[in-house]
Design a protein around this ligand. Structure first.
Ligand SMILES: Nc1nc2c(c(=O)[nH]1)N[C@H]1C(S)=C(S)[C@@H](COP(=O)(O)OP(=O)(O)OC[C@H]3O[C@@H](n4cnc5c(N)ncnc54)[C@H](O)[C@@H]3O)O[C@H]1N2
Ligand code: MOO
Length: 400
């Protein structure tokens, strides 16, 4: 496919959506479920608490035995035993009897209330009660917290400590979650070196590799940074082949344009099939999208802000689909802080910073890393619009 047979963004998204990748489900131990996305609805398999239990340390009684109690004429009940948390009570309270019970212990048969020890007096094997108890005083009934069968969590929920607490409460040790898509990340360019290396004349540090890998992780994917391909066919081909072998999706940055050193397109063509080379958006026109062995391969532009904007527009929806969080895009409406000019005939995505109710455009250009680092998100300027005025309402799509 020749360079710059540009297609509309919708066409690119349609192609990406038709790629042969489906969400997969796996079970993980509860201890590893934090941050993962539930692949099934979860109903409680048990009552919580599983039994009627004392909520105070004191005396389990039959409430009706205490109805006549008063300061002047206290009721005396015989203490026939002791039940601690974790015990299986064998006692059955008969009229006139009580039992000493600890917080969290199961209520014995016959008892329906627990009076805290501060409110009674103990005299040898009797407890002296000055005030009537009512049924359920000092008791948490079985299932009062969570009844068995109750729908606890819906499919698609991202698990925070609250949800893992709930799953723990009902005793689930394994959780069905969507499998993390495995994503290979490759940077390209003779000029690009890793942080930690000495910069020589003409060299820059790798930004995109780190940014894309971490953006993948933030979304819920598993990222594998494979390194920096040199601007030669063998180097790039070797890393792309490695990516296709190890992962579900391969993301490259740089070399996506049509220059003589821009090899992404021709390598994808050699190893598989290029579906799209060129999208009618700015930034991101020089983007390559293809399939190798049924696996999506994206050649994102080298400019850091172009790279991350296009990751957000094109790759993030695919990752969200695979982890069961389709449609999870954060947007807010703000007013433009000042006038901006756009290129007619190209749909533009402009980084903006949110300050109160305003969206402040960042105009450093897509070659600057600070264009997206300083930005909270981006706004869209449609292709038929050349000027957006200060004060106009705009929709900001958040990065990440
Ligand atoms: N003749 C044309 N030249 C360019 C066009 C065009 O339409 N015609 N488009 C420009 C635009 S827009 C972009 S975006 C870039 C995209 O080109 P490539 O994807 O081929 O990217 P490179 O040329 O490899 O790199 C561009 C720029 O980004 C730096 N870079 C690359 N990788 C990284 C990285 N991992 N971390 C940090 N910075 C990176 C690279 O050094 C270059 O400065 O093409 C324009 N040219
Ligand atoms: O497409 Mo470049 O990606 O315009 O900055």
């Amino acid at each position: 496919m020749a360079f710059l047979k540009v297609v509309p963004l919708e066409k690119a998204l349609e192609v990406i959506n038709s790629f042969p990748l489906e969400p997969k489900v796996e079970k993980v131990p509860l201890g590893e479920a934090l941050g993962r996305v539930l692949a099934e609805d979860i109903a409680s398999p048990i009552d919580v608490p599983p039994f009627d239990r004392a909520t105070v340390d004191g005396y389990a009684v039959r409430a009706e035995d205490t109805f006549m109690a008063s300061e002047s004429e206290p009721v005396r009940l015989r203490v026939v035993g002791e039940i601690n948390a974790g015990d299986t009570p064998e006692i059955e309270l008969k009229p006139g009897e009580s039992v000493y019970i600890s917080t969290g212990a199961p209520l014995p048969k016959g008892a329906d209330a627990v009076i805290q020890f501060e409110d009674v007096e103990r005299e040898d094997d009797e407890v002296v009660i000055y005030k009537p108890a009512y049924p359920s005083l000092g008791v948490m009934k079985a299932g009062a917290d969570i009844p068995k069968g109750k729908l606890l969590l819906r499919k698609g929920t991202r698990l925070t400590f609250k949800e893992t607490a709930l799953l723990s409460a009902v005793g689930l040790s394994e959780v069905p979650v969507f499998r993390k898509p495995r994503v290979a990340v490759i940077s390209t360019g003779n000029e690009v070196v890793l942080p930690g290396d000495e910069l020589e004349q003409g060299q820059i540090y790798d930004i995109n590799g780190r940014a894309i890998a971490d953006a993948v992780r933030e979304l819920g994917g598993e990222a594998f940074f494979l390194g920096i391909a040199r601007d030669d066919r063998e180097s790039l081909k070797a890393l792309v082949e490695k990516g296709v072998e190890c992962c579900d999706i391969v993301l490259l940055s740089g070399g996506a344009s049509g220059g003589i050193r821009d090899l992404t397109n021709s390598i994808i063509e050699e190893l598989g099939e290029v579906k799209i080379h060129g999208i009618a958006i700015q930034p991101g026109k020089p983007t390559v999208i293809g399939l190798i062995d049924g696996k999506p391969v994206f050649g994102l532009p080298g400019y850091p802000t172009s790279c991350l904007t296009n990751f957000t527009l094109l790759v993030a929806p695919l990752l969200r689909k695979l982890i069961g969080r389709e449609g999870e895009v954060r947007k807010v409406r703000k007013r433009l802080a000042h006038k901006v000019f756009s290129v007619k005939g190209r749909r533009q995505f402009l980084p903006v910073k949110i300050e109160g109710e305003k969206a402040v455009p960042i105009l450093k250009g897509s070659g600057a890393v600070t264009s997206f680092v300083d930005a909270d998100g981006f706004i869209e300027v449609p292709e038929n619009v050349e000027i957006l005025d200060a004060g106009e309402e705009v929709e900001v799509t958040f990065f990440g």
